[in-house]
Design a protein around this ligand. Structure first.
Ligand code: PEP
Ligand code: MG
Length: 573
């Protein structure tokens, strides 16, 4: 039976392939007594041996694809599977209590896990995590349930998941993962942002895709319209193949603009920059004609690993980006951890409202060594290009002053030691908290630039969690409340002779671009894959007309009225 699910179009394009479920398996079981303990022990040993061969294959593949560090994780799992201190008590339990292997395994493993976890020792805590992982694998074999091994995928698939963390997303193999779709998340959740930078079509927030899809079902991810087709008819597949070809043709048209400047019909130049997460994304920036990097989300350097990156590692990454961009502007945002971006190794307590919690600049001003290390790495890399430094989640002037003072201190220390640091490094802030937008005139006297982070600015202004698909209708970039804040920020910057950019997803949005051009935004920073479409759109607009449009929409009542006004103005432009 074919069916269609509606979700949120998170990353453009169309993908057609078989489903691959990346979900937690059901490993529940009952305690049972067994007649023949010897047979039960043999069943357990068979599960151990299958788990071992599976882990060996995963380890060998990880070694080739992901490097020794990641392969080491599986090596540690293999050691657990050969440890008599764990295995003997399980077998003894089966024999003496005549219980099923599942029960003996879980009871014994849980006992070790809680013992190791209660120790004040990082090494033992990691062993607890290894035992937990390995137990799942052996249980899955005892129960005959499949667990997902994404690194072992060897054919084209569409990944089906409840949610994908940014580090899950970063590990997807672009060669085989043609698209993904999730139950939860919104257009600005970080998995969606990553999908755009990886150019993988995605539909998020379907609410129920994991309930509706089995492994191997044929899936179409329509990232243009936010639809997921499950087991579509051959006619629908053909129709989508044609749609895919049309989209590719359109992209080929846009690609002709790769080396063109971004100028409106009446000659207004704006800068179209890219948002990146890692130095690897630079290729996409170049292929899509990015005129700079408007947002380098450095937190991805800290994620998907077990400890903080060293100053040297950071320096290498920042230098690579600065050199790669050849003197074009590169705005590096300092660590913005928190919200949906966790660093488990910092062992921070769970919070009720992580998006309103201890995160980004709040954490950096408190854990200063983390912050200072990053700033030193940035300062040392600064002579290699056109670096601008930006602080995230600034909510009041005091935070900006403190952060800037720490930067100045580190700069002075480096210079005193004879380290070469660029003379002029602009220092700006993200405007993503309403208090800062409202006070933009005051900030503008002290910062060198603003970059408006609408993903958060909209979430905080509308009080609507950007991860929660049930309130995603409140992600209203054209709501006059948002547009008025955006105008305040741009005007405040210009009154002080500073520049204003935008690095939230709104900067590349087709409805928003005409308004932002009219409001005088200087720099638009977006997923690299949106740049050429935005350039083509701006080539067709008169800034003077868009100024009038901006004045008009600021006086409208609702998001929908603004959409209509823009569509009308653009069709006459
Ligand atoms: C934003 O909030 O708009 C932004 C660009 O930052 P992030 O999406 O990383 O929170
Ligand atoms: Mg943000």
């Amino acid at each position: 039976m074919s069916s269609i699910l509606k979700g949120i179009a998170a990353s453009n394009g169309i993908a057609i392939a078989k489903a691959y479920r990346l979900v937690e398996p059901d490993l529940s079981f009952d305690k049972k007594s067994v007649e023949n303990a010897e047979e039960e022990v043999a069943r357990f040993q068979a599960a151990i041996s299958t788990s071992k061969s599976e882990l060996e294959a995963i380890r060998d593949k990880a070694m080739v694809d992901l490097g020794e560090d990641k392969a080491q994780i599986f090596e540690a799992h293999l050691l657990v599977l050969s440890d008599p201190e764990l295995l003997t008590p399980i077998e003894d339990k089966v024999k003496t209590e005549n219980v099923n292997a599942e029960f003996a395994l879980k009871e014994t493993a849980d006992m070790f896990v809680s013992m190791f976890e209660s120790m004040d020792n990082e090494y033992m805590k990691e062993r607890a995590a290894d035992i937990r992982d390995v137990t799942k694998r052996v249980l899955s074999h005892l129960l005959g349930v499949q667990i997902a091994n994404p690194s072992m995928v060897t054919e084209e698939v569409i990944v089906i998941a409840e949610d994908l963390t940014p580090s899950d997303t970063a590990q997807l193999n672009r060669q085989f993962v043609k698209g993904f779709t999730t139950d939860i998340g919104g257009r600005t959740s970080h998995s969606a942002i990553m999908a755009r930078s990886m150019e993988i079509p995605a539909v998020v927030g379907t609410k129920s895709v994991t309930d509706s899809v089995e492994n191997g079902d044929m899936i179409i991810v329509d990232g243009l319209n936010g639809e997921v087709h499950i087991n579509p008819t051959p006619e629908v597949i053909e129709e989508y193949k044609r749609e895919h070809a049309r989209y590719e043709d359109q992209k080929a048209e846009w690609a002709k603009l790769v080396n063109e400047p971004t100028v409106s019909k009446d000659g207004q130049h704006v800068e179209l920059a890219a948002n990146i997460g890692t130095p690897k994304d630079l290729e996409g920036v170049k292929n899509n004609g990015g005129e700079g990097v408007g947002l380098y989300r450095t937190e991805f350097l800290y994620m998907g690993r077990d400890e903080l990156p060293t100053e040297d590692e950071q320096y290498e990454a920042y230098k690579a980006v600065l050199e790669g961009m050849e003197d074009k502007p590169v705005v590096v945002r300092t660590l913005d951890i928190g919200g949906d971006k966790e660093l488990p190794y910092l062992n921070l307590p769970k919070e009720m409202n992580p998006f309103l919690g201890y995160r980004a600049i709040r954490l950096c001003l408190d854990e200063q060594e983390i912050f200072r290390t990053q700033l030193r790495a940035l300062l040392k890399a600064s002579p290699y290009g056109n670096l601008k430094i930006m602080f995230p989640m600034i909510s009041n002037l005091q935070e900006f002053r403190e952060a800037k003072a720490i930067l100045e201190e580190e700069k002075k220390k480096l210079q005193e030691n004879g380290t070469n640091v660029a003379d002029k490094i602009e220092v700006g802030i993200m405007v993503e908290i309403p208090s800062t937008a409202v006070m933009a005139d005051v900030f503008a006297k002290e910062v060198d630039f603003f970059s408006i982070g609408t993903n958060d600015l909209i979430q905080y202004t509308m009080a609507a969690d950007r991860m929660n698909e049930r309130v995603s209708y409140l992600y209203q970039p054209y709501n006059p409340a948002i547009l008025r804040l955006v105008k305040m920020v741009i005007d405040a910057a210009h009154n002080e002779g500073k520049w204003a950019g935008m690095c939230g997803e709104m900067a590349g949005d087709e409805i928003a671009v005409p308004i932002l051009l009219g409001l005088g935004l200087d720099e638009f920073s977006m997923s690299a894959t949106s740049i050429l479409r935005a350039r083509s759109q701006i080539h067709g607009l008169n800034q003077s007309d868009m100024k009038k449009l901006a004045e008009e929409v600021l006086q409208l009542d609702t998001n929908d009225e603004v959409i209509k006004a823009v569509e009308k103005a653009v069709s006459h432009s």
